[in-house]
Design a protein around this ligand. Structure first.
Ligand SMILES: [Zn+2]
Ligand SMILES: [Zn+2]
Length: 285
């Protein structure tokens, strides 16, 4: 553990740039520095492609897609400012967490072209354009929309496959987020038709040499298993890279559980010489 450096490549959402987060980004960076982090990736949510995809809290505040676009531009400026201000203490990577709804591919590519992030985190928070992770209510709406739990899972992993192919995110975010409001997820992942899609996606991640997000947010919410826990063994067998992500939404969460996560990865034999984030997306054009 002493020789392994603390890292998070998914997180640093701040109240300045995200409605459902707390604190200023600078305070969050200071929290990482205090906890001994030498590297961190800050990965604010991308602005929506249009007003249909505002999160409920954004819509409630009367924000528009255009407002969030401008807010994202301010986010990029702020990360760049903090990058140089704290460069002797911590290496900050400018990231962006993506979405997977209608129109996302050209939108993400345009955002990359304009804002030049150091890397992206490819996440799926919608199935059939219905957001499923925001609350249990949205989750149930998405199930209803897809027809059943199992169908929603299958749809999720198909969308994820397309997203990985089209965006080539350096980090694949919370791979198994679809289990977020489901108590029976372990059983569901074992269903052959769902597992087949999971395995297919893992093979693609391996083929493209992407990193998987060992996402610790469930621990922050009081759950037992970080994301990708059910698949860590097969991920290790396939030789896929894994890096912790605290998915922090405030300074109190910055870096939480990362030392334990690194210990678990080391015990399982994962390589903890962390890869350096970079942009792979435009290579696909
Ligand atoms: Zn968030
Ligand atoms: Zn996410």
């Amino acid at each position: 553990m002493k020789s392994t450096s603390l890292i998070s490549l998914h997180g640093g959402h701040s109240k300045q740039f995200c409605c459902h987060a707390e604190d200023n980004l600078e305070e969050i960076i200071q929290a990482y520095i205090k906890k001994g982090f030498k590297t961190v990736g800050i990965t604010e949510h991308m602005p929506p492609v249009n007003n249909l995809f505002l999160y409920p809290d954004e819509a409630a505040k009367g924000l528009t897609a255009q407002d969030l676009y401008q807010q994202f531009a301010r986010y990029v400026d702020e990360v760049n400012r903090l990058k140089s201000l704290y460069k002797s203490d911590i290496r900050i990577h400018l990231g962006m967490e993506t979405e997977t709804y209608t129109g996302y591919i050209p939108h993400v590519k345009q955002l990359i072209h304009e804002f030049k992030p150091d890397y992206i985190v490819g996440s799926v928070h919608h199935v059939d354009d219905v957001c499923f992770d925001y609350s249990k209510k949205e989750y149930d709406t998405a199930i209803h929309h897809c027809g059943s739990h199992d169908k929603m899972y299958m749809h999720y992993f198909d969308l994820q496959y397309d997203m990985i192919k089209n965006l080539r995110p350096f980090v694949v975010g919370h791979f198994d987020l679809i289990r977020i409001h489901d108590k029976n997820f372990e059983q569901r992942f074992l269903s052959p038709e769902i597992y087949e899609k999971i395995h297919r996606n893992l093979l693609l991640i391996k083929e493209l040499d992407l990193v998987m997000d060992y996402n610790l947010r469930p621990l922050t919410r009081g759950e037992k298993q970080p994301y990708i826990t059910p698949f860590l063994k097969i991920i290790k067998e396939l030789g896929i890279k894994v890096v912790p992500g605290d998915d922090s939404h405030g300074k109190a969460q910055a870096g939480n559980h990362v030392p334990q996560a690194i210990q678990i990865l080391e015990d399982l034999g994962f390589n903890t010489h962390w890869p350096k984030p970079r942009l792979l997306t435009l290579d696909t054009n």
